[in-house]
Design a protein around this ligand. Structure first.
Ligand code: HDE
Length: 707
């Protein structure tokens, strides 16, 4: 057999070190020297020793061997080898932002928590948003729950409100959490799919877990594909306790409401965003904060007493249930403003350790079995992730109030007790002492009963609120839920699992079950699943649960993408820019070349994206501002056609100049298709177009385009 070229033994040739290499090594020349700033400090090792050459390892001759005495090389590689820490077992992909919480209403009557005593009190915060199932490097627009974890550095210690963007959860007992997470993550033999619930294991687990049905409605809804972190609500989920200065307790649920209103994308858009910009949510947060458009939420509370809890239709300790806003109106008590990105992602966002058990005096736990289990898990997981009980010494985790205790030593200890006494009681009068008045006193709930592994009877209704959620949605949103279920179940290969899921849907809504079954080509409807208690159909719909019903009626914080080319009408572009600025929205230009265009008045305008890099899925609405010639040319380009056609199919508002009509037609969009396709044919039309965009999407179109 003839030997291939590559299988010939290669001829090793040695090259003598050149003058250039040696100069570089001495930091005297070449690009290296030019990059160093005039005031750059001298590089040192981690031990502080000045470094002469950071590009070449120490060798015996050229090219080597490398000498083991090269402590700088060894230190550098050793440190690099240990850069990674375990990613979070859930919520691995996240994005953190600093800000503050300002109390706008005193809750003194209900809680002695210091941060709620004084109106105007500002508390520093760090918030980390996340997806749940995907790995640290997965994409942002997975269909998933979003974490909304808030660390408030109060004057009486850290309060971590570790919530999600959905007010209920899949399971009722922490015991089931590892199984839920195993089921949703990649299947263990094949290691896929990544960041997706659309696979057999997930739906197998879910279909065997009727308590998950309410949450299933939430994650199949558009809440699971938010447009951005800035446009989603946050929920503490569990019922917590507030305890006042007289030790009187009330129950409370916490809700974060975004100032910019709720908004989600559609599934077809989410799939495309993941390819176009996997960091879509991160970038959105980064851009907003850099531009000084600080995202803001109101903290709202639903406070209620034991009598309400006893009279409510469901158990308030069951984390698969919510209290509709129409029954207890959330009251706004503060505002959260995010105004500073971390200096270093790893130091802050990756190392931040949220723990549900971090509560200040005046805020306490309820007996929700999920919350009780979480209180164990969060401390435990930090030791695994951060490697030492001293993770509280890391600046992002350390309290910002004075703290004193006798905990000492351990890996990476940064602050140890000083002086002779490291214990108490001591008779030296040294060190801190507990204070029964100021200190945290657990609410003395009177609990007793035989030890047993049980689930309360009051947790048995798994379908009624799922039905209430579904029936509170607009027809458009209901359709999205049906399509999401169909998509997810179409990826499930085992027929019995699909059928089992549809049998649960029959207890939620017959039409939903029928639609999903028929879209799956299921022939006969399976019989309804056995329900522990009969599902109720007398719960009033709760309009507060719909995203569309609660739109912001504003385009503020949103982004218009404008497709332009040489000769684009300068007046239209200026008018659009002005109207958007007034609205508090942004505009980006998409052009055939990133170098930009020359507009009709001869002005050179740089582009923000070239057409391939700026698909319309990245924008909330689009405008096509082109001359006839440009439109003709772009009608030959698939990416320009997609730009228009996707915007249309995703029910976005589309503004267009007369010259652009040919591109619209080529993309299959009739220039008079509906009132979401808006001619930009007079100086006033730009402002009218931006007004129209306040509706965010033109949902009437959806039936026509069948999303
Ligand atoms: Fe978590 N969860 N969780 N979780 N969770 C974690 O803690 C856990 C639950 C939530 O940005 C872990 O530091 C158990 C509900 C958020 O760093 C871990 C149970 C809610 C974050 C953990 C739950 C959440 C986590 C993994 C069932 C909404 C990200 C890494 C009893 C109210 C925090 C870590 C961040 C993270 C355990 C259920 C929210 C393993 C055992 C319900 C936002 O401790």
């Amino acid at each position: 057999m003839p030997k291939s070229k590559s299988s010939k033994p290669s001829q090793l040739t040695f090259r003598k070190a050149t003058v250039h290499d040696q100069k570089l090594a001495r930091g005297q020349g070449g690009d290296f020297h030019q990059i160093a700033g005039k005031d750059s400090p001298v590089m040192t090792t981690a031990q502080g020793g000045p470094v002469a050459d950071d590009l070449n390892s120490l060798k015996a001759g050229a090219p080597g061997p490398t000498l083991i005495e090269d402590f700088h090389f060894r230190e550098k590689i050793f440190h690099f080898d240990h850069e990674r820490i375990p990613e979070r077992v859930v919520h691995a992909r996240g994005y953190g932002v600093h800000g503050y919480f300002e109390t706008t209403r005193s809750l003194k009557e209900y809680t002695r928590a210091d941060l709620f005593q004084r109106v105007g009190e500002k508390t520093p915060v760090f918030v980390r948003f996340s997806t749940v199932a995907g790995a640290k490097g997965s994409f942002d627009l997975a269909r998933d729950v979003r974490g909304f974890a808030v660390k408030l550095y109060t004057k009486e210690g850290n309060w971590d409100l570790v919530g999600n963007n959905m007010p209920v959860f899949f399971i009722q007992d922490a015991m089931r959490f590892p199984d839920l997470v195993h089921a949703v993550k990649e299947e263990p033999d094949r290691a896929f799919p990544q960041a997706q619930s659309a696979h057999d294991n997930f739906w197998d687990f879910i279909s065997l877990t009727p308590e998950a049905m309410h949450m299933v409605m939430w994650i199949m809804s558009d809440r699971a594909i938010p447009r951005s972190f800035r446009f989603m609500e946050g929920f503490g989920v569990h019922t917590f306790r507030l305890v006042n200065g007289n030790d009187k307790s009330s129950f409370v649920k916490f809700i974060w409401k975004p100032k910019l209103g709720l908004q989600s994308v559609v599934w077809n858009e989410a799939v495309k965003i993941n390819g176009a910009d996997p960091d879509f949510h991160r970038r959105d947060m980064w851009d907003a904060v850099q531009a000084g458009n600080y995202p803001e939420w109101e903290l709202c509370v639903q406070i209620f007493d034991h009598d309400f809890a006893d009279s409510f239709d469901f158990d308030v300790l069951d984390p698969t249930k919510l209290i509709p806003e129409e029954i207890i109106k959330p009251v706004s008590v503060g505002r959260l403003v995010l105004d500073r990105m971390p200096d270093n992602f790893f130091a802050e966002t990756e190392q931040v350790a949220f723990m549900t058990q971090n509560v200040p005096p005046g805020i306490d736990f309820s007996d929700d079995p999920l919350l009780q289990g979480r209180n164990f898990s969060y401390l435990d997981t930090q030791l695994k992730r951060l490697g030492s009980p001293n993770f509280t010494h890391i600046p992002i985790n350390a309290p910002k109030c004075p703290f004193h205790h006798f905990q000492q030593d351990g890996h990476m200890a940064m602050s140890n007790p000083v002086g002779r006494a490291n214990y108490q009681p001591n008779s030296w009068g040294l060190g801190p002492r507990p204070d029964p008045k100021r200190g945290f006193r657990s609410y003395p709930g009177d609990e007793s009963g035989p030890k047993a592994r049980l689930r309360p009877e009051s947790f048995a209704d798994h379908y009624s609120q799922a039905r209430q959620f579904y029936q509170s949605q607009t027809p458009v949103e209901q359709n999205h839920i049906a399509m999401a279920l169909t998509f997810e179940l179409s990826k499930v290969e085992t027929l019995a699992i699909r059928e089992r899921m549809v049998s649960h849907l029959r207890n939620i809504d017959q039409d939903l079950a029928k639609t999903v079954a028929s879209k799956l080509g299921m022939g006969k409807l399976p019989k309804a699943a056995d329900a522990a208690v009969p599902p109720r159909d007398d719960l009033e719909p709760s309009p507060a649960l719909s995203i569309i019903e609660n739109g912001p009626k504003s385009f503020a914080g949103r982004k218009l993408g404008v497709l332009v080319d040489d000769g684009s009408d300068a007046t239209v572009l200026k008018k659009l820019q002005q109207a958007l600025k007034k609205e508090g929205a942004a505009m980006e230009l998409i052009a055939p070349a990133i170098g930009g265009i020359e507009s009709s008045d001869g002005e050179k305008m740089p582009a923000d994206h070239m057409v391939d890099g700026g698909p319309s899925v990245l924008f909330d609405a689009v405008a096509i501002v082109l001359t006839k010639n440009a439109a003709k040319r772009l009608s030959q380009e698939a990416t320009a056609l997609d730009f228009v056609s996707d915007a249309f199919h995703h029910c976005k508002f589309i503004g267009f100049t007369e010259g652009a009509a040919e591109l619209l037609s080529a993309a299959g969009v009739e220039p008079k298709a509906d009132k979401g396709v808006v001619p930009l044919d007079s100086p006033a039309s730009a402002a009218n177009f931006v007004d129209a965009c306040r509706q965010l999407r033109i949902w009437e179109r959806e039936e026509k385009v069948k999303l």
